[in-house]
Design a protein around this ligand. Sequence first.
Ligand SMILES: C[S@@+](CC[C@H](N)C(=O)[O-])C[C@H]1O[C@@H](n2cnc3c(N)ncnc32)[C@H](O)[C@@H]1O
Length: 308
Amino acid sequence: MNHIPVLLKESIKNLNIKNNGTYIDATYGCGGHTKLILSKLNNDGRIFAIDCDNQTIIMNKIIDKRIFYINEKFSNLEYIINKKFIGKIDGILFDLGISSFQLNNPLRGFSFMNNGPLDMRMNQNSKLTAYDLLKITSEIKLSCILKKYGEEKFHKKIAFNIKKYILNNKLSSTQDLSNLICSIIPKKNRFKHPATRSFQAIRIFLNKELDELKTALHVSLKLLKKGGILCVISFHSLEDRIVKHFIKKYSSYNIYSNLPLTETEINNLYYINNKFRLKIVNRIFPSQKEIFNNPRSRSAILRVAKKI
Ligand SMILES: C[S@@+](CC[C@H](N)C(=O)[O-])C[C@H]1O[C@@H](n2cnc3c(N)ncnc32)[C@H](O)[C@@H]1O
């Protein structure tokens, strides 16, 4: 199945595209959002299309002289964009997570629905695979990862069994892991596929997804021009919490809602006020129609903020 872009019209409408503007699609994927931005640009407009997955860029590339592809992590945005664009960007879009292009390829090991190696690397140049991670990580640390990044209730039992099986060479594929988890989680606790939470946890930790997001949001503030728009589409509460707190921290709304202020807070306020500030613009959920047509969108939240 092809990747269907989530909250496509809503995010591009909120980016408020200027036809000669400079935009960053920090999560190029299959180019769904980039394509719509491109359709609104004239010959002076440009898009920096970022993706840490080289295969994704190669297979989904749109040839257009206004698109500049960069195969890098978005946390490195500040260093990969030419210095002359710092503070000059009209809009930045993040559409977090992985695409159907990655999920549906069994060789990438992201899905418990397709059998494949336990890989789960977004960036195939990084050395550590999910298999390596499960093998070298201690039981207690693994249990913490499953609890923190997957909110998995049966984290202790799953971690114990993963270590037991992997050290006996009985766990090497997505199917092995999925079957193991299914054998642990009681039937009455199954609201979605039993492996959903553990797969999510391992993927998030392996690809350092939350650290990536935190760093990239701060960098985005530097890159945006005054009036520039930040759009972030997140897919689970851990991501959304980071985006929400970040926008609140830098928005004037937050400053006044946190009264009374201590001396230190007043100093921080001065710093924040004079450095960068954001205005909360929007929070949008997918419509029932979008969820019906693309169930992957059901947990999406788009947050929009403007640099002021
Ligand atoms: C949900 S997909 C984006 C889909 C895209 N908006 C579209 O409509 O086709 C997310 C993409 O972001 C990439 N990605 C995720 N985290 C990244 C990071 N830290 N740095 C760079 N790319 C990242 C993934 O490899 C994936 O291709």
